[in-house]
Design a protein around this ligand. Structure first.
Ligand code: HEC
Ligand code: HEC
Length: 353
């Protein structure tokens, strides 16, 4: 399924994944770090150790791109908070896209994937970048044929799916399974708020948290949610906060509007998680803000005016110290990167260029 569809981290719509694969392998649950809820797993793709291991192999393998130079990790790298540190993403043949690569950490919790929400699941998302001409540019049938030609991949698919005959659906399920283990929690903020450790957060970051929560001050938590038991730091919804608006209030990238055609969605993008945010500069869907300080100053200024601007984005009265405190709080949202999230051990790995 999804054969030949040119859908990617670019702009085309992504069909929904439906699974008819047999159930094999060793069931696995994900150890969830402090501050996060249980990971939702679709019934059609139960987590197994074999699928996660295979997904990890695929995630780091440039074989998935036409010239064998680009892997998922090129744009979502563990050393860069699972983003790429670039304003807009860099694909095969040095082509650049128009949007910034978001972190894949905690993407497992998103009800919809991409800045505009056009993919309904991690499974549906994963097929996109492989075929996208400006990302990996590998037609799905070529992708499957390449994997099929490698003995070590045939063995790994056999273990994960009970069949040596590889399909794109299997590739997408394995990648999604690996991504469900890429979680960011247990940060100084989590240890302070959910772990009962009053020392975990610096006084600056504690004051910043108060500004973040206070409806009269930052009011940030009205979109970047913080709950009693856990904090996803996103509401999973789409809002226009004015990023990308030109002087006339128009948008080159209409965001969610391209999906829904609802006028209210013009210039609206998915609220991103703020976890590991200190590691994923530059910021916003177009990578237009370089530092967290610039982000805070942008909100304080009330955002770029346009007809669909969310009414919560309005000039804020924050002192210089409060702005610095907000930055300190944002920097406290980074936790340890899961140890199994790095590149797989080279021994026994499929051959690569
Ligand atoms: C050339 C760079 C590039 C490559 C390669 C790439 N991505 Fe992405 N990825 C992006 C960009 C840019 C976006 C945002 C695009 C958008 O929203 O339209 C994105 C979005 C995503 C998202 C959605 C996250 C969210 O919060 O909505 C996931 C998940 C993801 N990519 C996983 C992958 C996987 C898995 C692979 C490998 C099969 C991959 N990406 C390869 C650049 C890339
Ligand atoms: C109306 C909902 C809303 C409110 C209120 C809000 N945000 Fe956001 N935030 C968003 C959306 C939506 C984006 C992505 C916008 C885009 O890229 O076009 C975003 C992006 C960000 C980013 C960049 C994330 C990234 O990965 O690039 C940071 C940092 C951030 N917000 C912090 C804050 C802070 C601090 C406050 C309070 C001063 C705040 N937000 C208030 C919805 C909101």
């Amino acid at each position: 399924m999804l054969m030949g569809a040119l859908v990617g981290c670019g702009t085309a719509p992504v069909p929904r994944a439906v699974s008819s694969l047999p159930r094999v392998g060793t069931p696995q649950t994900v150890r969830v770090p402090l501050g996060l809820p249980d990971v939702p797993v679709p019934e059609t793709n139960p987590l197994t150790a074999e699928k996660i291991a295979l997904g990890r192999q695929l995630y780091f393998d440039p074989l998935l791109s036409v010239d064998r130079t680009v892997s998922c990790a090129s744009c979502h790298h563990p050393d860069k908070g699972f983003a790429d540190g670039r304003r807009t993403a860099l694909g095969v043949g040095a082509q650049t896209g128009t949007r910034s690569a978001p972190t894949v950490l905690n993407a497992a919790y998103s009800r919809r994937q991409f800045w505009d929400g056009r993919a309904a699941s991690l499974e549906a998302q994963a097929g996109g970048p492989i075929a996208n001409p400006i990302e990996m540019n590998l037609p799905h049938e070529v992708c499957v044929a390449r994997l099929q030609a490698e003995a070590s991949y045939r063995a790994a698919f056999q273990k994960a799916f009970g069949s040596e005959v590889i399909s794109m659906e299997m590739v997408q399920q394995a990648l999604a399974s690996f991504e469900r283990t890429l979680l960011s929690g247990d940060s100084p903020f989590d240890r302070f708020r959910y772990g009962g450790d009053a020392q975990a957060l610096s006084p600056e970051a504690q004051r910043g948290l108060a500004v973040f929560l206070d409806p009269q001050k930052g009011n940030c938590a009205s979109c970047h949610l913080i709950g009693d038991q856990h904090a996803l730091l996103t509401d999973g919804l789409f809002h226009n906060i004015g990023i990308g608006a030109d002087a006339e209030g128009g948008f080159k990238d209409a965001g969610r509007f391209a999906e829904t055609q609802a006028p209210a969605d013009r210039g609206a993008f998915k609220t991103p998680t703020l976890r590991q945010i200190g590691a994923t500069a530059p910021y916003m869907h177009d990578g237009s803000l370089k530092t967290l300080r610039q982000v805070v100053d942008y909100y304080v200024g009330g955002g770029n005016s346009n007809p669909q601007l969310d009414r919560r984005v309005r000039p804020l009265e924050l002192t210089g110290q409060e702005r610095g405190d907000l930055v300190a709080f944002l920097e406290s949202l980074s936790g340890p990167v899961p140890p199994q999230a790095g590149p797989p051990p080279a021994a026994g790995a499929p051959s690569r260029q």
